[in-house]
Design a protein around this ligand. Structure first.
Ligand code: SAM
Length: 332
């Protein structure tokens, strides 16, 4: 389909699955294997560390994997920006963005370091019945993207740069594989003005919303307080505070920001969303916590939680206000 993959063996351009040097990309479970790098590198002596989600998988996705395809305005905006070109969805995970964009007819090369996340992407595509004929899925390392220079029209690396100890190296790679004029698209949800100013939540909904935030931070804080005090384990964070604009400003020629207003009320419950993921050790900052210890500590935290908030707090449905989305487009 495409003739601009970079061969992992000889580095020349080739079309999947076979390079003229003799390299043949293994194809397992509808995934081309284009790296043999580990799922995660956390060794203190490694020059670059990253957290792949192989141990997280399902705990990241939760019920969303079966949610019917809802093509929101943000996806239509993204499709408009991509404008018929080929998109690299780097660190695509379980296809949260990939699948709705496929539904809009975008041609996508999806890459992730985790086989489990890529299997979930296929599961999501299947469960919503999207046409996947425009999709190529590869296991690959974002630090060494297996694409030739100047090959794709657009790239997204949503919610992943913070997982790399040197995110600038991934941004350099994205820049390298984009065509001249190609677009690096970054998404961010912005706590909206609506939420603060003309929000249409009732006073009760706002109060519940604040309570939900408080419960989330209680569980997260007590969990890591106990781990630190008793086991010297701290929350693993690589680049949560890096300045994307600064990194991109040094490379790309233009930057444009578009705000997509969401204006929606959303309903969620603590048990099925935050706690589901926390229980499954589905947050990257839990990646240094051994599973057995995780369960012991979380049980104790939940003991404190029930004393403070009561068991019924788990099943309450909260109504919140969906944040607006800021889409930043950096052009090469
Ligand atoms: C928080 S998830 C985001 C997934 C998806 N982009 C989304 O928006 O839902 C981060 C993803 O980055 C992947 N990842 C982490 N390090 C990576 C690397 N070095 N190369 C490729 N993928 C990586 C993880 O496996 C995981 O699927």
């Amino acid at each position: 389909m495409y003739n601009f993959f970079k061969c992992p063996k000889c580095s020349k351009s080739f079309s999947l699955p076979t390079c003229s040097c003799g390299f043949a990309a293994p194809y397992d479970n509808m995934v081309y294997q284009l790296t043999s790098d580990p799922y995660m590198i956390k060794d203190e002596t490694a020059t670059v560390k990253y957290i792949g989600y192989e141990d997280i998988g399902e705990a990241y996705s939760g019920v969303s994997i079966h949610t019917a395809l809802k093509v929101e305005e943000k996806f239509s905006q993204l499709a408009k920006i991509i404008d018929g070109g080929t998109l690299l969805d780097l660190a695509c995970g379980d296809g949260l963005l990939t699948v709705p964009l496929l539904g809009l007819g975008v041609k996508i090369i999806a890459m992730d370091i985790s086989d489990k996340m890529l299997a979930l992407l296929h599961k999501r595509a299947e469960s919503v019945g999207v046409d996947a004929s425009n999709l190529v899925v590869c296991r690959a390392n974002a630090l060494d993207i297996p694409l030739a220079d100047n090959s794709v029209d657009a790239a997204i690396a949503n919610s992943m740069l913070h997982l790399i100890s040197k995110p600038e190296l991934v941004v350099n790679e994205i820049y390298r594989v984009l065509k001249k004029g190609g677009k690096f698209i970054a998404l961010e949800d912005k706590p909206t003005n609506n939420q603060l100013n003309d929000c249409t939540l009732s006073e009760e909904e706002l109060r519940d919303n604040n309570k939900h935030e408080e419960m989330v931070s209680f569980v997260h804080r007590r969990y890591f307080e106990m781990l630190k005090a008793e086991h010297e384990i701290i929350s693993t964070r690589y680049s949560w505070k890096f300045d994307r604009d600064e990194i991109c400003g040094n490379l790309f020629s233009t930057r444009e920001a578009i705000i997509v207003p969401m204006n929606n009320k959303v309903q969620y419950n603590f048990n099925d969303t935050f706690l589901y993921r926390m229980r499954g050790k589905g947050f990257s900052d839990q990646s240094d916590v051994p599973f057995d210890l995780h369960h012991i500590v979380l049980d104790r935290v939940m003991g404190e939680f029930f004393e403070k908030y009561g068991e019924a707090a788990l099943d309450t449905v909260y109504t919140g206000w969906e944040n607006d989305i800021e889409i930043t487009v950096y052009s090469k």
